[in-house]
Write a new protein. Structure first.
Length: 99
């Protein structure tokens, strides 16, 4: 259970991630699935920032609300073309880079 002094304290995702990546098993799973989850989270945050519902976004790009929900949850791989359409519908663009 949370105690009262923990209530309202924001959690920094990147701080938690850095700590978790020290665990070799977690790192292996993150390397396999983490990028997809990062993309999903970024799209979710962008959609919320633009104050558009999943259903409205889906209508803009000609898909279903359930496809948007799967994309945002990271439960399904989508093509670069599909993700690019989502980004464009949200007034953004998709940038892919190799490090």
């Amino acid at each position: 259970m949370n105690n009262k002094k923990d209530i309202g304290r924001a959690i920094d995702f990147h701080e938690v991630l850095v700590e978790k990546l020290k665990n070799p098993r977690f790192k292996k799973l993150y390397d396999k699935h983490g990028r997809q989850l990062e993309l999903a989270y970024s799209l979710l945050q962008l959609r919320k920032k633009k104050k558009i519902s999943q259903a409205a976004l889906a209508a803009k790009i000609g898909t279903t609300q359930s496809n948007i929900a799967r994309l945002e949850s990271g439960r399904q791989n989508f093509t670069i073309s599909f993700v690019s359409k989502v980004a464009e519908a949200l007034g953004s663009s998709l940038k892919i880079s190799f490090l």
